[in-house]
Design a protein around this ligand. Sequence first.
Ligand code: PLP
Length: 289
Amino acid sequence: MSRIAYVNGCYVPHNQAAVHIEDRGYQFADGVYEVCEIADGYIIDMTRHLERLNRSLSELQMAWPVNKEAFVHIVKEVVVRNRVRNGLVYIQVTRGVAKRDHVFPEPATKSALVITARRSDPAIAEMKLKTGVGVITVPENRWDRVDIKTVGLLPNVMAKQKAKEQGAAEAWFVDADGMVKEGGSTNAWIVTQDGTLVTRPADHGILRGITRATAIDAASTLGLKFEERPFSVEEAKNAREAFITAATTILIPVISIDGDSVANGHPGSITEQLRSQFRLEVEKISVYR
Ligand code: PLP
């Protein structure tokens, strides 16, 4: 079955899908995006993803490419046309196509919309849950508005490539005070020795992860102690457990940081408990019924 992409009003075969060379996303990274998980034929936490997209667009004074009802319809349609039951849907909005000039184009310039969907194997995520992953740390070198989910991801690309070259799955950005910010494409968490979940406050310094928000709801349902505060690399290395969250991976245990084991080097029980509760906590938007 060939994959289908949505590009500015048309559903086109994925291998022929293209945008204009003067799309501002291509020339200036002048665009924003969202990635939603699809699990068992449902889009997960779509309302939260759309709220965050709305915030990203308004922070950058960018218009919605189509109205919200049409938008939701197109997202579902791309999932259905690709027959994705487990995987992800990728949504990208840019400030549109215009003669290259840094300042905003004419107000009549339409935002550009690209949506793709692809399948993934849930067994791979399950395996990572059992084995856990390693992370490395890198100095923060991004701009200070990483709360806006822009397509300008070069520092994240470089950091994640470095992690891969060192046999790790993620790179944690660390601020000038030695405090962990977040991963290249995930939020960072620890569980302290007394069982308290800790993650950095979602101010301008990190992306307001949707999985992070739902994991906080899950922690509250389970009655787990929870603190929103920065934690250091040292504290993370000495933690009882550590894990990362993202729509693409949900919760994955972190078993080593810069090559040093976290606790006994095995995934912990609180991470597993939280991941199970997460599944019960999410909003599910049906695509196929
Ligand atoms: N932090 C960064 C830098 C990300 O790129 C992502 C996801 O792409 C996340 C955190 C996790 O966010 P979410 O849970 O919404 O996928």
